[in-house]
Design a protein around this ligand. Structure first.
Ligand code: TXA
Ligand code: MG
Length: 323
């Protein structure tokens, strides 16, 4: 597990003796470590260390204008770095630890490496539900910057093996926490002036947020790119992706509900199960076909909105500004 650069990539299971301490040590040493979260695997570096954070952009081939999410172990850690308004606190209390990222104004001179937020005055903060990763952050007593652990523009990783496929010989350590539960990236909201804007749909839906806060959730309507995840091409497999298809037998077919096909996201029509399987099925399809991948239509409600968001990007013309 080495390459010309001489980095040996070690993969250890989260339950192995010393796994957490090894991750903490590497991150303290300005190294990158891939960690499990409940959504997708993250490529983590010490968020206070500019040299380490730059390694993330380099390893992923990520455009430097695309900011990273800062992962914290609890609300109190977030409060050291961002201004937590009562509305933001209500969101944290309602959904953390869990798959909700909140974009908030940074406290000036908070020590966060400027490259984390790509120079923005805001910072995206998230407290992951995965215990191992929260424990690592807790032991470090500082946040970790972590984008999804995939080469920029490729599918997000939901297993340690996916990470190894992209980063073998490029990072020293991968912590294996098994297949991720949620399977798609966190919901991202920006909280500003007592308003909530949805920047990226995910498992926590707009309805969930309205229910918890009684504040309406707006879609981002400006022309400026606030979350580059909103760019057209993103989360793309190699093969072309066709949406809302019937199974004609011509393409590799991924069904949903009561459809026959090469694979099925959820034979019972369960959207959470479909999200869990989405990237893994796209990866398998990519392996098994030289042609196109066709997908059944997915209901555009609840988590289906996040699934369709990812599928729309997977089927869009490819660009270079992805995460
Ligand atoms: O579930 C997740 O969120 C995973 C796991 C590892 O936590 N992370 C993840 O990171 O999906 P990434 O880098 O692949 O996507 C982060 C998104 C990007 O679209 C980025 O533009 C946006 O968050 N973002 C980060 N900081 C931001 C900010 N200050 N304002 C607006 N958008 C921001
Ligand atoms: Mg990503």
């Amino acid at each position: 597990m080495t390459n010309g650069a001489g980095i040996i990539t070690t993969l250890i299971h989260e339950t192995e003796n010393g796994a957490i301490d090894r991750a903490v040590e590497k991150i303290f040493d300005s190294e990158l470590v891939a960690l499990p979260t409940e959504t997708v695997y993250g490529l983590a570096a010490d968020a206070l260390n500019d040299v380490a954070v730059k390694k993330i952009y380099h390893a992923k081939g990520r455009p430097s204008h695309n900011p990273l999410i800062c992962h914290v172990s609890n609300n109190a850690m977030a409060q050291r770095y961002v201004r937590v308004t009562p509305l933001a606190k209500l969101l944290m209390d309602s959904f953390w630890p869990g798959p909700l990222t909140i974009v908030l104004p940074q406290i000036p001179e908070n020590g966060i490496a400027p490259t984390v937020s790509a120079g923005l005055e805001t910072l995206a903060v998230r407290c992951p539900a995965a215990n191992t990763t929260r424990e690592i952050i807790s032991k470090l007593d500082r946040p970790i910057a972590a984008p999804s652990a995939n080469i920029s523009g490729k599918l997000s990783p939901t297993t340690a093996q996916d990470v190894l496929n992209d980063f073998d010989g490029k990072i020293p350590l991968i912590i294996d926490g098994g297949a991720t539960k949620v399977g798609i990236e966190s919901t991202i909201v920006a909280v500003h002036d007592n308003q909530i804007k949805l920047l990226r749909p995910g498992m926590v839906t707009a309805d969930d947020i309205v229910h918890a806060t009684s504040v309406p959730v707006r879609d981002y309507e400006g022309t400026q790119i606030v979350a580059p995840g909103q760019l057209q091409s993103h989360y793309a497999p190699n093969a072309a992706v066709l949406l809302n298809q019937e199974n004609t037998g011509e393409h590799f077919f991924i069904g949903f509900g009561d459809t026959t096909g090469d694979l099925n996201l959820s034979p019972n029509g369960d959207l959470a199960e479909a999200a869990h399987n989405l990237f893994q099925h796209l990866r398998s399809a990519d392996k098994h076909t030289e042609g196109s991948i066709a997908l059944a239509s997915i209901p555009n409600s609840g988590i289906g909105i996040a699934i369709n968001d990812r599928l729309k990007r997977a089927s869009a013309p490819r660009d270079e500004s992805s995460t």
